[in-house]
Design a protein around this ligand. Sequence first.
Ligand code: FE
Length: 253
Amino acid sequence: MAFKQEPLPYSRNALEPHMSAATLKHHYGHHHATYVEKLNELSKGTPYAKMSLEEVVLTTADDDGAERIFQNAAQAWNHDFFWKSMTPGGGGRPAGALACAIDDAFGSHKAFSEAFVKHGLERFGSGWVWLVSDDDGLRIVSTPNGRSVQVDGPKPLLVCDVWEHAYYLDHQHRRERFLKTFLTHLANWDFAGRRMNLEGEGTYTASRAFRAGQEAFAASGKVAKAARAAADALDGPEGGELRAAEARAARRR
Ligand code: FE
């Protein structure tokens, strides 16, 4: 089944005046659509064509031989997530548990906003700025080009696209103004709050890491070595001690 671009969660003029219909026409209708088309072209007839979009992203993330598939799959996934990260009438301060988590992590909403903008400005060239959660709480992370943050472990809550095509029509070269507009008028805090409270999210990433660990352990030859050591121990003096201890325990029962 071919990969499909998710529908925009609002109409193309719904984010005006903060993000124009022209930006959405080109960004959603051309840039994002092209990543999905390219992914379908590249994955046709390969095992990737049978995976979910997120599985393709996670499976190809560190595979040099699949870099083009990864970049297009990740860009398709990131853009779906970006559209959900905005909402008409969004921005400002979140409420509830998310507001508390932001205060815990950054000290205040103002400090969080400054850090988010700073990460966006320091991302040289194209990339993404994410609010994520992991075992240490909330963090801000930026990734280059198409890299999706979940391939490195954390759960994404919100993302802002800082490729020039995201802001050039509305803000020209002024990325800082775009980042501030995103936080003040567009950020979908309800979405980020729901993401934060999702149970089980990230399980796929965890199970992938566990499988990779098992494979690395098996490939290292340590499994056979450990099994040999265990067999030798049971046949040798330690085995004798173990059998004697078991016999003593059995007599006491
Ligand atoms: Fe983009």
